[in-house]
Design a protein around this ligand. Structure first.
Ligand code: SAH
Ligand code: SF4
Length: 336
């Protein structure tokens, strides 16, 4: 089906059970019945950026930490024991050489374990850094565009954060050879349904391999939290809108990987589960050392623990055990 802007807007406004059931059917048909599990390791909450919505922004007064190499490897071992196909190393954006080297070293160690695929989510970096991490063994990268509308992007970031630079980083990732994931926050202040429709069209035009999108959740003390009155609807409503975004994207791009994010679970325990039955096929359980999780707070009410119902949905996948994006395989490797 050809998804026009008008069609997407009308589904975002009115899509219900029929839309969800169709997305679930298409998901099972194209990327399979089982859910892929990707262990989330929150590597550091140090960040040199100052995004107006984020709890670990440079100006936040939180206790900062960085995991040791051994702590990361212990989490990866846990992921291997649990049978997870991939791990994500996520953290604040730091461009210092010591950080670039540390990630390179850790990625090399994980690759040597013949373990899960390594996904990185460490912000905007130079093309050279992306290349070094890729050569060390990282194969996927998550970098959300946050909003594809440059004007909205400018309102939720300080003046020295650049939309064009972010786009360039996404292009660098693609050129380097990564499976590229992006996504947006849903229910941001000043964001319209039309703007979200453009976000979905942006993702199709960029031909992304993976998507992670979730509701925007206020984080106390951040500049954007004080614009609560400008925010479009309750958190519950933002969650419902996120489910519609997931379902529509599944129909627009049937063979990509779509995550049902932790932020959905923060609204209610069932929301993330619902995401997995309306188009999403990836869940990202947090496997960071538990004593440090309290310091990695991007938004309020962050959930802890792995929902056992999600573990049940993950079935061993003999054909694609590491949960690669089918879209990527079709485009880059000419397989399937
Ligand atoms: N520093 C890296 C990765 C960590 S932040 C980066 O920015 O890419 C990961 C994601 O958390 C961001 O892309 C953003 O979309 C999300 N996030 C941050 N603050 C949030 C909030 N208040 N509500 C919902 N999502 C948020
Ligand atoms: Fe840093 Fe990412 Fe948070 Fe922005 S969203 S402040 S880059 S951790």
């Amino acid at each position: 089906m050809e998804f026009t802007f008008e069609h997407i807007v009308s589904l975002l406004r009115g899509g219900g059970e029929e839309l969800f059931a169709e997305a679930d059917r298409v998901r099972r048909l194209t990327v399979g019945d089982g859910i892929h599990l990707r262990g989330l390791i929150e590597y550091t909450n140090i960040c040199h950026k100052n995004c107006l919505y984020c709890g670990i922004r440079r100006d936040s007064r939180v206790a900062r930490y960085t995991l040791t190499d051994d702590q990361v490897i212990a989490s990866v071992r846990y992921a291997v024991e649990q049978g997870f196909g991939s791990v994500v190393i996520q953290g604040g954006e730091i461009c210092a050489e010591a950080h670039v080297e540390a990630i390179e070293r850790i990625v090399r160690r994980i690759s040597g374990m013949d373990g899960p695929a390594v996904v990185l989510s460490l912000g905007e970096q130079t093309a050279g850094t992306y290349r070094r991490w890729f050569d060390a063994g990282a194969s996927r990268y998550l970098l959300r565009i946050e909003s594809s509308d440059p004007a909205l992007y400018a309102r939720i970031h300080p003046a020295d954060h650049s939309f064009d630079r972010r786009l360039e980083a996404l292009r660098d990732l693609r050129r380097t050879g990564y499976e590229v994931g992006t996504g947006v926050m849903i229910g941001l202040p000043w964001q319209s349904v039309e703007s979200l429709a453009h976000d979905l069209l942006f993702m199709r035009k960029f031909d992304i391999d993976m998507c992670g999108m979730g509701p925007y959740l206020e984080c106390d003390g951040t500049p954007l939290a004080s614009f609560a009155h400008e925010t479009q609807g309750s958190q519950q409503w933002r969650g419902e809108l996120t489910l519609r975004m997931i379902a529509i994207l599944r129909l627009m791009m049937p063979d990509i990987n779509i995550a049902s994010t932790t932020a959905l679970q923060a609204i209610s325990p069932d929301m993330r589960l619902r995401g997995l039955s309306c188009g999403a096929n990836v869940a990202m359980p947090n496997i960071s050392p538990s004593e440090l999780r309290a310091n990695y707070v991007l938004y309020d009410n962050k959930p802890v623990g792995i929902d056992p119902r999600i573990l049940e949905m993950a079935r061993p996948n003999g054909v694609n055990p590491r949960g690669r994006s089918m879209r990527f395989m079709r485009r880059e490797c000419n397989v399937i």
